[in-house]
Design a protein around this ligand. Structure first.
Ligand SMILES: [Zn+2]
Ligand SMILES: [Zn+2]
Length: 442
């Protein structure tokens, strides 16, 4: 079937606005809007039907009626009236878009208003249409063998996107847009999905007694109670809060998620070059922030407790990486033995545990919140680096991420084996633990 015959059949089948008629041939020709395609087809159909209709050709008259009934095409009405023929009732709205194509400017305006509060350098328009409406178009196309059509969703997304792009001078981005404008055309509603900004860096925790994550009070669940002194949390602050609060302010974000490459215990410091982390800032109003100044601000406010370095923009892929790659760690641990230990014993211990494979069941101290499972981790190097008394020795341990070092010291009642205590055959416990390096290229 040629294009004109298809167009005539479409118009006889249902009332269509210019854009919806043109969209059925949207893949034909460049540099035209679908409305222009549709209008052109209607005009050509009218011109070809004119004389035949005057000569009484029923087919031609029917076609003019179809054109007129659309209500979007005055010339067909005029021609019928001129010929003394009755023009049909005007159909209310377009069968395929329900009038949405007439409101593209309005929808784009709404989107622009919603976007005004946000900084973004690219965007995407997403269209949410009810299934029945999309099925209508599919069925009509199948019925009439239309092969070069574009979908309503596509056209709306493109046309609204074009208007936003021209108004603000920002490009459309398909892969990783800063903002997705979600339009529900039938409801006349526009929502924004503002994608997060990711900022990566490393942190050092300079004091003991601060958890990495905000520790919500287990008695009140964060609402506040006597146990938590009405703060809703068990520690006044955390690494995560100290870092994310200034970031939330700078990016004018609604909230933030703190992702780190592992964690240290509350009573362990995090020293050396620091632990890699990524902060995910959710629904930020600002996206271009001076990270050097932000770094200074965080360090000033968290003075003496936490410091960050190397802040830079990152993406979600880095979050996945730092969370999934168990990085090797270097720890320093101050150990107290129940009895004096000799230098020979320490040399023997170094030889025995450097390169050892450690079998470790979930430590008793975290068993209430973690499932009991066996971990197998390696100690690459264990070295006694400082003797502080007959029973006190500081060790440096390089091992796989995920190894519980306190239990490597005390053996956790046999749940971690081999252990320092097990090898020396003397009770031992970790008095102080510091992470001095997280070996990860980020
Ligand atoms: Zn339409
Ligand atoms: Zn509480």
């Amino acid at each position: 079937m040629d294009i004109l015959k298809q167009a005539a059949a479409l118009l006889k089948r249902a009332p269509l606005c210019d854009a919806c008629l043109g969209r059925q041939f949207g893949m034909l020709g460049f540099g035209l809007t679908n409305a222009e395609r549709g209008k052109a087809l209607k005009i050509v159909l009218l011109l070809t039907a004119h004389r035949a209709a005057e000569a009484g050709d029923q087919q031609a008259i029917e076609l003019l009626r179809a054109l007129a009934s659309n209500g979007f095409f005055r010339p067909a009405r005029l021609l019928l009236e001129k010929m003394g023929l009755e023009a049909p009732e005007e159909a209310g709205e377009c069968y395929l878009c329900c009038g949405v194509m007439d409101r593209v400017d309005e929808l784009a305006q709404k989107a622009l208003e919603a976007l005004r509060a946000y900084e973004f350098s690219n965007f995407l328009v997403g269209i949410e249409l009810p299934t029945w409406l999309e099925e209508r178009e599919d069925e009509l196309r199948a019925e009439l063998g239309i092969q070069h059509g574009e979908s309503l969703r596509n056209e709306l997304s493109r046309e609204i996107g074009k208007r936003i792009s021209v108004a603000l001078g920002v490009p459309v981005e398909f892969r990783k847009p800063d903002v997705v404008v979600l339009v529900q055309p039938l409801e006349d509603s526009v929502r924004l999905q503002v994608n997060p900004v990711f900022v990566a860096g490393r942190y050092r925790k300079l004091v003991r007694g601060i958890p990495q994550a905000k520790w919500v009070c287990t008695r009140c669940g964060g609402r506040g109670c006597p146990r938590c002194n009405w703060t809703g949390k068990l520690y006044p602050t955390s690494v995560s809060e100290l870092i994310t609060e200034p970031m939330i302010e700078a990016f004018e974000a609604e909230e933030a998620a703190f992702h780190a490459a592992g964690r240290e215990d509350v009573d362990a410091r995090m020293l050396g070059a620091g632990r890699p982390f990524v902060v995910e800032l959710k629904r930020p109003r600002k996206r271009s922030v001076d990270l050097a100044a932000l770094e200074e601000e965080i360090n000033k406010r968290a003075e003496g407790m936490v410091s960050v370095s190397g802040l830079r923009y990152a993406d979600r892929a880095l979050v996945r990486r730092i969370k999934s790659e168990p990085a090797e760690k270097i720890y320093e641990v101050l150990v107290e033995f129940d009895e004096p230990v000799s230098d020979e014993q320490l040399r023997g211990l170094e030889r025995a545990l450097s390169g050892a494979t450690i079998r470790q069941w979930t430590p008793t101290r975290v068993l209430h919140r973690r499932p009991d499972k066996l971990r197998v981790r390696r100690v690459y190097e264990l070295k006694a680096i400082e003797r502080l008394g007959p029973k006190r020795v500081r060790f440096r341990v390089r091992c796989d991420g995920g190894l519980y070092v306190k239990e490597l010291v005390d053996g956790d009642g046999g749940r971690t084996t081999p252990s320092i205590s097990e090898f020396i055959k003397v009770g031992a416990k970790a008095l102080e633990l510091d992470v001095v390096d997280v070996l990860m290229e980020v």
